[in-house]
Design a protein around this ligand. Structure first.
Ligand code: FSX
Ligand code: SF4
Length: 339
């Protein structure tokens, strides 16, 4: 048998002990192969409810490993993520698809549930249904309660699933709630990891899945909002390439100005994610890098009551009422941002 060049399980577990693991992992040679080999054993059921489907679209744009490397056995024959149900990417439909979901959920504690989107709860969840049983639609809420009670762990994917997000914005006509809100009301104790973002970065998802399945749930260290610290542990404002302008009091008055975007409504001072260093689209750029204020899409308060667009036209400066609170004062940029 040819010598395998990827990480050993022992090495991976050692790495999992550090909070840097998930960040570092994405760059390690052979990570895709290690991931495939590890996750092949645990079935994954992925349900999608109240949302725009942007989360799965973001995740299938994963660059390293690519999604086809994760889902298909292209690297080691027979080894691939055991995704049993996802209504957007699966080929099966109707009864065939529902049977695949049921079969994967047969063993209590034997599968991981990925929940994407917020869950309509008004009128017993009537406003979102996935499949049917004996001619009657099954609500997303029923799926979450049933699958969530039996799963080994739940990954809430996207800010809608984590904190209810845009679907729960006032007046929230369908009574949308997050996974944790539903679990608290129903007394479900299954652990939930929040992979926030509207949408989340593919690395945040892939790194979290890999860490859970290989190192166990305890390998994922989370913050007070249930987000993996490896990805959400730093403040955007502390690592922003425009922080020098903030400290010097140079603020953009229009979107094309190269200065700090705070006065245009930037939520970087209260937003926790590694976008400044990780960047999006395979490291190409990020919101602030292309002149757009951070909208704080990974935070529980998103969409903020007074966000950029709901009060002012795009060509006008955001009024002070929308400014986020500032903890760091001007002139205190950390070394990374100064660099
Ligand atoms: Fe929500 Fe995901 Fe935003 Fe959209 O499915 S986090 S609205 S990117 O798509 O749930
Ligand atoms: Fe960067 Fe926004 Fe902070 Fe300005 S307010 S330094 S643009 S994160």
């Amino acid at each position: 048998m040819p010598k395998q060049s990827f990480l050993s399980r022992r090495d991976f577990l050692k790495l999992s002990a550090t909070s840097l693991t998930a960040t570092t992992l994405m760059q390690l040679p052979g990570f895709a192969r290690m991931l495939e080999a590890a996750v092949a054993e645990v079935p994954v059921i992925w349900i999608q409810t109240g949302s725009c489907t942007g989360c799965v679209v973001s995740v299938i744009n994963s660059a390293s490993p690519r999604i086809q490397e994760i889902l298909l056995d292209q690297v080691i024959p027979g080894k691939h993520i055991s995704l049993k149900y996802n209504q957007t990417v699966m080929a099966a439909s109707g009864d065939l698809a529902m049977k695949a979901m049921e079969k994967a959920a047969e063993k209590k504690g034997g599968f991981v549930l990925i929940a994407e989107g917020a869950f309509p709860t008004k009128d017993d969840g009537l406003y979102c249904q996935i499949g049917e049983r004996e001619g009657k639609g099954i609500t997303g809420l029923e799926h979450l309660v049933h699958l969530g009670s039996n799963a080994m762990a739940v990954i809430a994917l996207g800010t809608c699933a984590c904190y209810a997000g845009i679907p729960a914005a006032p007046p929230n006509p369908t009574g949308c709630k997050s996974v944790n809100q539903v679990f608290a009301e129903k007394g479900i104790k299954t652990p939930v990891i929040n992979v926030a973002g509207c949408p989340p970065h593919p690395d945040w998802f892939v790194g979290t899945v890999a860490t859970i399945l290989i190192g166990g749930l305890s390998a994922v260290k989370v913050d007070n909002n249930g987000r993996p610290l490896a990805f959400y542990g730093s403040l955007m404002h502390d690592n922003c390439e425009r922080r020098g302008h903030f400290d010097a009091g140079r603020f953009a008055k229009k979107f094309s100005d190269p200065y700090c975007l705070y006065e245009l409504g930037c939520k970087g001072p209260i937003t926790h994610a590694d976008c400044p260093s990780r960047r999006w689209n395979n490291g190409t750029n990020w919101c602030i890098g292309c002149g757009h204020p951070c909208i704080g899409c990974v935070e529980p308060e998103f969409p903020f009551e007074k966000s950029l667009y709901d009060i002012v036209p795009l060509d006008r400066v955001t009024p002070p009422a929308t400014y986020p609170g500032i903890e760091a004062q001007q002139g205190t940029a950390p070394k990374a941002a100064r660099g």
